[in-house]
Design a binder for this molecule. Structure first.
Ligand code: GDP
Length: 358
């Protein structure tokens, strides 16, 4: 499974957010005796469509898609030089598939800010600079080796070329992910660089910011095209201890319509480049996780590898069409059931039944 690594300066609310994520952990809740890594939180991807399908098909259970977050020890200025938990931090973050950066926007005189002031954009700059510096060091070491290899083997020339181009991007203060249109990130994969990963920003805010649409729009624009999520980490934790009605009241009091963890799960899923398709029946209504752009056979392979190997075709009904028709039979007679072949690219909201040879 793909994971998002949670990073941020000290005292921005990472642990508070992570505690909320582990309290919402689907695995911990469903399998209390399973061993789960202490630094991993696996939360459900909220999807109201599953409830609707379960109602239509009288499903025994609902199985949502999940999103995994990994807690990474705090980053500090100088991490790229091995300050603080620098090296351990960098090693863990290399293993994550995306970076979830927690940024403090809440004001609280009792919580010390490492740089003595609440300035979200400066904090983002600090973290991103550390990541860029770490990648520059990696490239500085790698390039002489790649030059040697390129002299011996023609096929290594491409890697060297891309590595040199990447160095120029980093020198200009930009992340490699932001240059993905000009730099082939896949070629750089072997170097485990950090800024090639997509970023997601979580603004840990208090009520004054959560209810301030202009301020939120400004922060959102500052990190675009990366996803931005606004939440109050302390409130998120408290919400999980309340019944639905009290939770809703608490949310409304801070100007939110839904728990921030829901928005975070969706943004995390999106940032990882994932999407879902749905299956529905009396046994279960379920969301299956696939890569954005996956084809029908690849989607079938998520259920079972034999489904991919023996793929014949997929019967696909769009969620809205199925809800309108109420049953698969009715959707078929209304001409809403499509038969798709092996080149079909899956769409979000496809409700699918696969036909395959065993
Ligand atoms: P970390 O160092 O980034 O893991 O930060 P912590 O989660 O330990 O939070 C540092 C302090 O800030 C703790 O005292 C938290 O209770 C407090 N804190 C975290 N989130 C919020 C928030 O949204 N609002 C306020 N006022 N305090 C918070």
């Amino acid at each position: 499974t793909l994971t998002l690594g949670i990073v941020g300066l000290p005292n921005v609310g990472k642990s508070t957010l992570f505690n909320a994520l582990t309290k919402a952990d689907v695995l911990a809740a469903n399998y209390p005796f399973a061993t789960i890594e202490p630094n991993v939180g696996i939360v459900p991807l909220p999807d109201p469509r599953l409830d609707k399908l379960a109602e239509l098909f009288d499903s025994v259970k609902i199985v949502p898609a999940v999103v995994s977050f990994v807690d990474i020890a705090g980053i500090v200025k100088g991490a790229s030089e091995g300050a603080g938990l620098g090296n351990k931090f960098l090693a863990t973050i290399r293993e994550a598939d995306a970076i979830c950066q927690v940024v403090r926007v809440f004001a609280d005189d009792d919580v010390i800010h490492v740089d003595g002031r609440v300035d979200p954009m400066a904090d983002i700059e600090t973290i991103n600079t550390e990541l860029i510096l770490a990648d520059m060091q990696t490239l500085e070491k790698a390039i002489p080796r790649l030059e040697k290899e390129a002299r011996m083997q023609k096929d290594r020339r491409a890697v060297l070329e891309v590595a040199v181009a990447a160095q120029a991007v980093l020198d200009s203060g930009r992340t490699l992910f932001s240059a993905q249109k000009t730099i082939d990130l896949a070629v750089l994969k072997e170097l485990s660089l950090m800024t090639t990963k997509p970023f997601l920003y979580v603004f840990n805010a208090d009520e004054s910011v959560l209810t301030d649409d202009a301020r939120k729009a400004e922060l959102k624009a500052a990190v675009a095209p990366a996803d931005a999520v606004f939440l109050d980490a302390k409130v998120e934790y408290e919400l999980l201890e309340l019944d639905d009605e009290s939770a809703l009241e608490l949310l409304e009091s801070v100007g939110q319509e839904e728990p921030g963890l829901h928005a975070l799960a969706r943004a995390g899923f999106h940032t990882l480049g994932l999407q879902t398709y749905l299956t529905a029946g009396p046994k279960e209504s379920r969301a299956w996780t696939i890569k954005q752009g996956a084809t029908a056979p690849q989607a079938a392979g998520v259920i079972h590898s034999d489904f991919e190997k023996g793929f014949i075709k997929a019967e696909v009904i769009s969620y809205d069409d199925l809800v309108a028709a109420k049953t698969i039979a009715a959707a078929r007679s209304a001409g809403k059931a499509r038969i798709e072949g092996k080149d079909y690219v899956m769409h979000d909201g496809d409700v699918v039944e696969f036909r395959f040879n065993v």
